[in-house]
Each structure stands twice: as C-alpha cells, then as structure tokens.
Design a protein. Structure first.
Length: 388
C-alpha cells in the first residue's frame, strides 16, 4: 500500500541540521577528532543534590503511579516561590502554574490551545524552531519578525502592518535569546505588553535562559510589567538553569485562562511529569544558587576565551550577557552554510549556520560554549589555521 503522511509534515522547513550531521559523520569517518560547538546542551552535570533527591523520590511507590496532569501541588508551589524570590511577582500555584514535560512540550502544545486555522502567529526570525512547528501544526500562518543587529536583535513591533496586527493571535518572544545571545530590558517587555493589549494578541515569553547570565546581568520576567497578566504566559525550563536537559521538566506561569487552556490540551495528550522528577525539581528550585553561580562562572570564562579568539580571527561578535551561545558574523564571501561547511570539512569543528534558525539568521553562525576551555582554544586554533 501507499503510505501518505499528513500534509502538515510537508510544511516544515528542510532540516538544515540533518545535512550538517551527515557531513559531521563523514568527517569523523576519516578519523578526524571533531569538536562540536553545535549543541545547545550543557556539558556540566546536573548538580549532585538534585540527583540525590531523585534517587530518594524514586524509592517511593507513591511516585510510581500516574502523576497529576498539572503537576504536584508542591512542585507548582515551589515554582511560584521561585518566581517570587527571583522576580518579585506572585502566582497562584493552583490556577497560574502548570508543570511541563520540558518547556519545548509546552511551547508546542500552546499553539494547539490558542491557534485556529488562519490565525497569524508572530514569530522571531531567527528563532527557536518550535514556535514555527507549533504554529504550522495548528494551521496558523507565520508572520516572521526579523531580529536585526541594528535593533539589538529585538523585533520592531512598530513595523508590523496594521492588518497583520489585527489578525495576529499570538506573539512569541525569547530573551535571553537563542540563537543570538541578545537580551531585552524591561522597557522592551513594556512595549510588547502594550502592543499585545492594544491588539488583543497573546504574548508568550520563552525564558529558558534567564539564569545563564554574566557580568551581573539579571534577566527580567515579562510579569514585572503592569497588566502583563492580562495577556501573557511565560515558559520556564529547568534544562539550562540546572543542567537538566535529559530530565524533561519545566513549567508555565501566567494568565489563568491561558494556563488552563494549555492544561486542557495536555490532559488530552500526555499524563504529566514523573513525580520523582518533580520532587528533584523542587530540590533544584529551592536550593540551587551556589551551583548556579559556579556554573555561570565556568560559562563566562569560556565565553571570554571564545569571544577573544573569534575577534582575533576577524569574526565580529558581541560578548553575550546571557545564554551559552555566541552569534558571530561570517567572513565576507561566505553564506552561513558555506562557512559552516568549510569549518567542518577543513578544521573538523561543528558550528551551527544561522540560517538553520530562519532566513533572518543568514550571515551568522552560532557557537555553543558547552565544552571545556582547552577544547574551545583548540577549536579556535584550528579555525585560525584556515587563514580565512
Ligand atoms: C532549550 C530551549 C528550550 C527547551 O528546553 P526544554 O528542555 O524543553 O525545557 C526552549 N526554548 C529555547 C529557546 C531553548 O533554547
């Protein structure tokens, strides 16, 4: 028989990273010791006290059963307390917080909760690919907001045509930003909240990198803005903050109608986060500040090594105030893809072409500093030897 997959799968863009992956294997097969600066996944391990909490929680039979869909009340309370401590805003754990199987899950399912076919979704370009896939799976229409260097990689909301704003249902923002490493201050969030309230648009903020920050920088929450609760949700993840990408746990906070809508999709799709992991996540949220500081100091040292090396090579880049990504301009005469390909083939170093995050990423590459300093220096030396 002939198998025809759903047409919506055909609407996803070709996966640029798959080609890069194929090339990486080809280079490795030649015996090259490939260094990867491609992955947005912390190499630093989950702190011991969190692993210990999971071990204990795993022993309890009560945790072996189906969890509550929306998360343990104690987990939601820990998330709300963390927000209070970190941002000075309070949420009702019962109605304004929901546990997620990693924030990617919530981000993807959120579109199902709020987007009808034909609705416009405002999506940053370049951006985390899941905003677009969620939109596409729900039959939404993407309107891309270019993130340009001259605007500090912030979207220019004032440039959105009136008829687009009128039809738009949802705006995605993400600061500290993946892939550009840019940050936004409270005045940007104020503008975004005003824009959304004026146009009846739901504001979804992806705050995955709030705690990976340097030089004293403290990322704000959209909920530090007055009236944000009328239109917004914020997605938070333990993945980057506590080096817990493999654990799959995050949460959403914000407008209770929106949180309940996402909860309804989840009730009908998944059965929540393993309670043992939720208990470990409570331990993380209640106790992590010392390890956090230490991990950020490690990333900062790597950032300084890499930024210095890149500038030395003539590749322009800002030293990011947050995230573990460096967004660097490709040299003249290259595209994102051709530069990444040359660096992989001839230097054995994997870097991510900016165009893989959308057309707006063309002309840039993303380097992830999730490997040790010595390997970073080695990667930089190999790129230097290419004599670009
Ligand atoms: C890593 C990442 C996420 C998702 O993290 P989870 O592991 O699913 O919690 C969400 N948004 C951005 C921008 C990310 O880089």
């Amino acid at each position: 028989m002939q198998i025809n997959l759903a047409k919506r799968l055909g609407k996803l863009p070709p996966y640029l990273f798959a080609e890069l992956d194929r090339l990486k294997k080809e280079v490795q097969a030649k015996g090259v010791d490939v260094i990867s600066l491609g992955i947005g996944d912390p190499d630093l391990p989950t702190p011991d006290y969190i692993v210990a909490a999971l071990k204990q929680a795993a022993e309890k039979p009560v945790n072996h059963r189906y969890p509550d869909y929306e998360g343990l009340e104690s987990f939601r309370a820990a998330a709300a307390n963390w927000y209070q401590r970190r941002f000075g805003v309070s949420f009702d754990p019962k109605t304004e917080v929901c546990a997620l199987i990693g924030s990617k899950e919530g981000i993807a399912n959120f579109s199902t909760a709020v987007i009808d076919p034909g609705d416009i979704v405002l999506i940053p370009d370049p951006g985390y690919p899941v905003y677009f896939s969620g939109c596409t799976f729900s039959g939404g229409e993407a309107y891309f907001l270019p993130l340009r260097k001259q605007n500090g990689f912030l979207p220019d909301l004032g440039s959105i045509p009136l008829e687009v704003a009128r039809r738009a249902k949802l705006l995605w923002v993400n600061y500290p930003n993946n892939p550009t490493g840019a940050v936004a201050d409270l005045s940007f969030f104020k503008t975004a909240v005003e824009f959304c309230l004026r146009n009846d648009i739901i504001l979804a903020h992806d705050l995955a990198y709030s705690e990976i920050a340097y030089d004293g920088y403290r990322a704000p929450s959209v909920f530090e803005v007055d009236r944000a609760r009328e239109c917004a949700v914020e997605f938070h993840s333990l993945s980057k903050t506590f080096s817990m990408t493999g654990w799959r746990v995050g949460f959403v906070v914000g407008n209770p109608t929106l949180v309940a809508g996402l909860g309804k999709v989840k009730t009908n799709t998944d059965s929540g986060v393993f309670q043992g992991i939720q208990e470990a996540a409570i331990a993380a949220l209640e106790g992590g500040d010392d390890t956090l500081r230490q991990y950020c100091a490690t990333y900062k040292q790597r950032r300084d090594v890499m930024v210095t090396a890149l500038r030395d090579l003539g590749l322009a880049c800002d030293a990011p105030k947050a995230t573990f990504y460096i967004w660097a301009e490709v040299p003249k005469g290259y595209t994102s893809a051709s530069f990444s390909e040359r660096v992989l083939k001839e230097a054995g170093v994997v870097i991510t072409p900016g165009s893989g995050f959308g057309n707006g990423g063309e002309g840039y590459v993303r380097l992830s500093i999730t490997i040790g300093t010595e390997r970073l220096k080695e990667a930089a030396a190999r790129i230097k030897a290419l004599k670009l």
